[in-house]
Design a protein around this ligand. Structure first.
Ligand code: MG
Length: 374
């Protein structure tokens, strides 16, 4: 049986073989808030990834809205399947750049666990309800979940994740205001998130007939991707063309992301973590493609996220969530004990918000009907 030291050696040996010098090596990790012995056969970031997958918050992503609520159909992405697409793209990019894939995966799987029911619509309501109590954001909630809310281990609250995973999530809060650049593993997930949602939101909106191929033909990024597809295939029917263009959008953007990153790594002489910290962003779209992507996002915002059907379904959910917030604040005894007991430490409003934010769309609607419907 391997001792802890030989296990650490095995992780270090594998990473020395696979990782680039600018990657985050497990041996360089700053560790965990509550010190734990190394695991017998898993490296620290692999363990973080597993802790996230086994958490309650992660499981509930399957019942949470990404953009479109479940009443609208069963084709479109949920928060969980979005997360899987982000993890898939992140791992592809991470492996090609020889980064720490375990860390990349942990960051990708964690990136949206703080989302409340009903996506950004739910987030806006909770932020409004908590305006005098510190506000609400899904990125900050992900940290609360990881550090306080999940209760899985007798020794400590939360998941006791490695410092690098928590710091990566913290970067999503600070965005570009941080003094030093995040790890490349963090940059990869950020870029992959955006490639994933731009592409799958187009796909979902087409399926829901909120958009037509004809309208999309006016969007330059879609138009150029269609031309690229046309060079490879001739007569495609509409369904074939749609799938081919969506595939091209992913492949093109990911290929470009990699090309840009590889060029920057070389020309900026990035050969260690300190160089990553000091340089500008390495993994980010640039030039014409970045411009085209921004135009697509503008189009999506106007035509999909602000679509009257989407807005209407959102408004009902928002009214329910708001009523529930004030309802539970008036009658905290309706909450489970684990949330009631946290009121002393974190305040009533924050604890109600933690409870609501953890709910799936369906549970939230059922509890509204059961407890608060007039
Ligand atoms: Mg996301």
């Amino acid at each position: 049986m391997a001792t802890q030291d030989t296990q650490l050696d095995a992780v270090a040996e594998r990473e020395a073989l696979l990782l680039a010098p600018y990657a985050m090596f497990s041996a360089l990790s700053s560790g965990r808030k509550f010190a734990e012995p190394a695991h017998r056969y898993r490296g620290p970031f692999q363990r973080d990834r597993d802790r996230i997958v086994h958490s309650t918050a992660y499981r509930r992503l399957s019942g949470k809205t990404q953009v479109f609520t479940r009443e609208m159909g069963d084709y479109h992405r949920t928060r969980l399947t979005h997360t899987h697409e982000v993890a898939s793209i992140s791992r592809t990019v991470g492996r090609a750049l020889r980064l720490n894939e375990d860390l990349v995966e942990a960051l990708a799987l964690m990136h949206d666990i703080g989302h409340p029911p009903f996506g950004h619509a739910g987030e806006d309501v909770l932020d409004e309800c908590l305006k005098d109590h510190g506000g609400f954001s899904h990125n900050r909630q992900a940290l609360r979940i990881a550090e306080i809310i999940e209760q899985r281990y007798p020794e400590f609250p939360g998941l006791n994740l490695s410092y690098e995973v928590l710091a990566g999530q913290q970067t999503r809060i600070n965005k570009h205001g941080a003094p030093e650049r995040p790890l490349l593993e963090v940059q990869v997930v950020e870029a992959a998130d955006s490639v994933a949602y731009d592409t799958h939101d187009v796909d979902d909106a087409l399926q829901l007939r909120l958009l037509s191929m004809k309208e999309l033909a006016e969007v330059p990024l879609w138009k150029q991707a269609t031309e690229r597809v046309g060079r490879r295939y001739q007569a495609l029917d509409e369904g074939e063309l749609r799938r081919a263009v969506l595939h091209e959008l992913l492949d093109w953007q990911i290929g470009e992301l990699l090309a840009v990153a590889q060029r920057r790594l070389e020309t900026w002489n990035i050969d260690c973590l300190a160089a990553v910290r000091a340089a500008d962003f390495v993994v980010a779209p640039e030039g014409e493609l970045a411009e085209l992507k921004a135009q697509l996002e503008k189009f999506l915002y106007a035509r999909v996220y602000r679509n009257p059907l989407v807005v209407a379904s959102r408004r009902i959910a928002q009214d329910q969530l708001r009523a529930m917030f004030y309802g539970y604040c008036q009658r905290p005894e309706l909450m489970p004990e684990s949330f009631r007991t946290r009121c002393d430490e974190y305040g009533l409003e924050r604890s109600v918000c933690d409870y609501l934010a953890g709910m799936t769309d369906r549970f939230c609607q059922a509890e509204f009907t059961r407890l608060f419907a007039a």
